[in-house]
Design a protein around this ligand. Structure first.
Ligand code: AMP
Length: 280
């Protein structure tokens, strides 16, 4: 396993690999790796000759300073995990390497995809995500890049950037990996104690209930029923949204879109959790 900290050294190394006809996969992460990340990486390794995994906690995508400060940082453990699944190349840049001209987001056209849900509740979050992923794409120039459906809105925004900037990268979606009990795996779960993890199961439980029962409700009726389920729960519901899977526009009747997903964000104490599933 080769570890790079310098963007230019990584770029030179990958240039040589590309010349030798090797295909390059890319999996961006913020570390504190769990089985969700590892299965994303295994997916990428199957489809490419060489896979680059980045670990970088991107400051511009945190709208909340405390969230950035308490984000788990366990690079040594991450490297052991990456080694154990025979990873090829790890990129561990520091902030200066990724933001040589100062830590700020670029103004990129996100086609309004950032006006809903995470974009609404975390102002500036997606500008930060788009800026850093674009920079990674420029350094790594992957053939394929892999993103989890757990962050479905992010996945659509990356697809949009790839298309609008004509980057020609294949953006591959990977299904959400869950704990045995159904909680979507997330680095933020590390911040929950066992009891908090248990009560957080209301999130996947509610999504699963919605998947089975949505046709008995209108979309707004379903949202109300879900808000009610959370009324006396410990995780506090931040939003529930029912949206067209192609463009994230909220749907008001079931025949408005060919594919529809339901999204939830909730706080278990100070820890913010998000999850989503496809309804159809
Ligand atoms: P993060 O480290 O949280 O920025 O996530 C890095 C990548 O892993 C993103 O593409 C996420 O969508 C993906 N990811 C995170 N959690 C999961 C999960 N439970 N299942 C599948 N992919 C995930």
């Amino acid at each position: 396993m080769q570890v790079f900290e310098s963007a230019s050294e990584l770029s030179t190394f990958l240039g040589k690999q590309r010349k030798d006809g090797k295909t390059i996969g890319f999996v961006p992460t913020m570390g504190a790796l769990h089985e969700g990340h590892l299965s994303l990486i295994t997916h990428a390794r199957k489809e490419n000759d060489l896979t680059v995994i980045s670990i970088f906690i991107n400051p511009t995508q945190f709208n909340n300073k405390e969230d950035l400060e308490k984000y788990p940082r366990v690079v040594e453990e991450d490297l052991v995990k990456l080694e154990s699944i025979q990873s090829d190349v790890v990129f561990l840049p520091d902030v200066k390497e990724m933001y040589p001209e100062g830590v700020q987001s670029e103004k990129l056209d996100l086609n309004g995809l950032d006006t809903y849900m995470e974009g609404k509740f975390r102002p500036g979050h997606f500008e930060g995500v788009a800026t850093i992923v674009k920079r990674f794409f420029e350094i790594i120039k992957p053939d394929r890049a892999y993103f989890g459906e757990k962050d479905f809105q992010q996945l659509l925004i990356i697809r949009h950037i790839n298309n609008s900037l004509n980057l020609g990268i294949e953006i591959v979606a990977h299904p959400t990996e869950r704990s045995r009990k159904g909680l979507a795996l997330s680095s933020r779960n590390e911040l929950l104690n066992p009891e908090e993890k248990e009560v957080s199961l209301i999130i996947p439980g509610t999504l699963e209930w919605a998947r089975k029962n949505y046709s008995n409700y209108t979309p707004s009726g379903l949202k109300q029923a879900i808000a009610k389920r959370f009324e006396n729960a410990f995780p506090k519901l931040e939003y529930v949204e029912i949206s067209n899977s192609e463009n994230l526009e909220p749907v008001h009747s079931w025949n408005e879109a060919e594919h529809v997903r339901i999204f939830i964000a909730a706080f278990t104490g100070k820890v913010r959790l998000i999850d989503n599933v496809s309804l159809f």
